[in-house]
Design a protein around this ligand. Sequence first.
Ligand SMILES: C[S@@+](CC[C@H](N)C(=O)[O-])C[C@H]1O[C@@H](n2cnc3c(N)ncnc32)[C@H](O)[C@@H]1O
Length: 312
Amino acid sequence: MRSTTSRPTSLLTTACPRRWPRWIVASRFSEWPRPDSSPFRWAKPAVPPTGWFEASAVPNDYAASYERNFGFFKDYSREALFLDHVFKTYGTDVARVLDIACGPGNHIVELARMGYRAAAADIDPAMLARTQGAAAEHGMTIETHVADLRNFRLSGRFDAALNMFYSFQNVLFAPHQQLSFFQSVAALLRPGGLFIIELMPEENNLRLYPPGESFVTHRAVQEDGSTLTVTSTSRIVDETKKDIVFFYETVLPDGSFEHEELISPIRRVYLAQFEALCRAAGLVQVAAFGACDSDVPFTDDSAKLVAVLEKA
Ligand SMILES: C[S@@+](CC[C@H](N)C(=O)[O-])C[C@H]1O[C@@H](n2cnc3c(N)ncnc32)[C@H](O)[C@@H]1O
């Protein structure tokens, strides 16, 4: 058995032919790192991260490795169809859509392809460059803005806004930051405009994924016969915060294996807190899904809530 920082280049090559980034390092279930306020952490940082997204501390290749690390968790084309359905079902004349914390633009580019006037915001210029690049591949341009959720100030008027993949829970840890963010989004929406936000309700997750227990979230056999298994576990930090730890383990055809870990700090948000935030920002919940799928209603057994909020 061996454990190294590199991965076979044949793994997930179509998604991303690059090596695993420096910020995911091999670990044999080693000592947990100390909590800090950054959205993700290195398991064993070569240089201790300060503010994760401050330009100097952006993890190496985060944007470039996004698809490989996270892309397989989601079917973005299907999710964009779901968003289109939501706009048509719960909105009126939705034309201009803003994706906040857009990442490499997987949702917003699909929506632009459907004819929506698309805009995207993210703190990481490399993510915005990827979004523009993906749009350009389809002969389109997307308006992009560098923006920080922690001090979210954008001008414009939108018919709908998105904040997908739990982004606000990764970034906004103080209640006043959350409220300010929700209010800023509401201010960008016209009356009747929609805000679609994806979150992990804490009460459901505590029950479905008890802290300390490990769950397989993904398993796939790769072209070279290697098997990639992603497991996740959570660890409570305090009343407001927990870490979700992902282990990426590859069993190679010769029986050896490699594993790496990624730690994602999460603000614990209970449903009552979320509802209070919405109320305070003048946003009314008009629908609740348990997945980005209009056939999946939100229930006590849903690990995620995809909330459709309307500006009153
Ligand atoms: C988990 S990704 C979600 C991307 C996309 N929404 C999706 O569904 O794939 C989180 C995104 O949040 C961005 N981000 C992290 N901190 C941020 C901040 N303080 N302000 C704005 N965006 C931030 C990252 O650059 C990254 O693109």
